[in-house]
Unconditional design. Structure first.
Ligand code: KG4
Ligand code: ZN
Length: 346
């Protein structure tokens, strides 16, 4: 089965071709530079940029995969959640193509797609989903827009355990980055600086670390960094003190994410932990999650860095699994769902 997939839920325009779990092409055009000038994603600009880029990106994916449109068996797109108009660009393109080709359209929940991206591994031919190795797991999805823990009891079976009640972890990285004066998005640069800093230089709050539920909160941590810098503005004049600050903030975020993830996995008696989303690129998170899983005996599946951030490959992989499982196609005129929750997605 060959699936063409579209992802335009936020600031990445992506088109992928997936065949039998194999990623034949995954082209991603990121708008980070465009939004960087404004310090965050500007929805209207994102929409226009998706419109401008979608066809060139689709052509590039088609060329890279070496397929013709008539060779497609299905077309998929993210239907939600995400920026309303941005979602519409990819979804309407996919629905129109499915209509013209008389092929099924599969509407995908963005976070459900993230749940399966850690199972896509590099192999000799490129990237391939290895669902033969699948195990029930607790999955951490952590990005600029979302932070959540999900129990994935089986393929296509999931239940949200908890999510952030305010800011996402990536938002916290980015807002702290802004306070320090780093370019948008601050996460990757903060990660780089943190690697040369002392994580014990300052103690920032670990919100909701010890609470029994699986929710997160990161806005208080960001505020405490703001107050810290108000009281110690001289820190920003010293390169090493900036690195120590970055390392201390990262340590707080990572400790909360790692501790809550392995605690949920132990409680649910799964043997496997997975993680995806842009913040999963963070080297501290990758290292600490690996150490905690090793210590507690969990198998860890981290999404490949290239598939941590938003991409259409994960949309195509999930769409193919749904078709193989006999799930019905989505209506060609199905509306996008900017506020779609993961528990509503079957
Ligand atoms: O998944 P993603 O591309 O988009 C959504 O937000 O949905 O994630 C982007 C987020 C940004 O907040 C960015 O700062 C963060 O992921 N990020 C990182 C790192 N790389 C990306 N945060 C911390 N360390 C990194 N290395
Ligand atoms: Zn995402």
């Amino acid at each position: 089965m060959t699936v063409l997939a579209f992802e335009t839920s936020c600031d990445e325009t992506s088109v992928a071709v997936v065949r039998e779990g194999c990623v034949l092409a995954n082209v991603v055009s990121s708008q980070i530079k465009l939004h960087g000038e404004y310090g965050g994603v500007v929805p209207e600009l994102a929409t226009r940029e998706h419109l401008r880029n979608l066809l060139p990106v689709a052509h590039a994916a088609q060329r890279a995969a070496g397929i013709s449109m008539s060779g497609l068996d299905a077309v998929a797109a993210t239907l939600g959640p995400g920026l309303p108009n941005a979602l519409m660009i990819g979804a309407r393109a996919a629905q129109s193509l499915a209509f013209a080709l008389r092929r099924p359209f599969i509407g995908i929940h963005h976070h459900e797609a993230h749940l399966y991206s850690p199972w896509v591994r590099p192999d000799l031919s490129g990237m391939r989903a290895d669902f033969g190795a699948f195990q029930p797991n607790v999955s951490l999805i952590v990005s600029g827009g979302h932070t959540m823990l999900v129990h994935v009891g089986g393929l296509l079976k999931h239940r949200v355990l908890g999510s952030t009640v305010d800011d996402a972890a990536g938002e916290c990285f980015d807002k702290v980055g802004k306070l320090i004066g780093l370019p948008y998005p601050g996460g990757p640069e903060l990660d780089r600086l943190a690697s040369q800093g002392n994580p014990r230089a300052h103690t920032f709050p670990r919100p909701m670390l010890r609470e029994a539920h699986d929710d997160f909160s990161f806005s208080g941590l960001k505020t405490s960094v703001r107050y810290f810098l108000r009281d110690h503005p001289e820190v920003l004049d010293d390169a090493q003190r900036i690195r120590d600050l970055c390392a201390s903030v990262q340590a707080a975020i990572v400790e909360v994410l790692v501790t809550k993830t392995v605690k949920a996995a132990a409680r649910l008696a799964v043997r496997c932990v997975t993680a995806s989303g842009g913040v999963t690129c963070n080297s501290g998170l990758r290292r600490e999650l690996a150490a905690a899983c090793e210590r507690d005996g969990f198998k860890l599946q981290l999404a490949e860095r290239a598939l941590c951030t938003d991409n259409a490959a994960m949309v195509g992989i999930l769409a193919e699994q749904k078709l193989l499982a006999g799930k019905p196609a989505t209506d060609l005129d199905a509306e996008t769902m900017p506020g779609w929750t993961l528990d509503q997605a079957a």
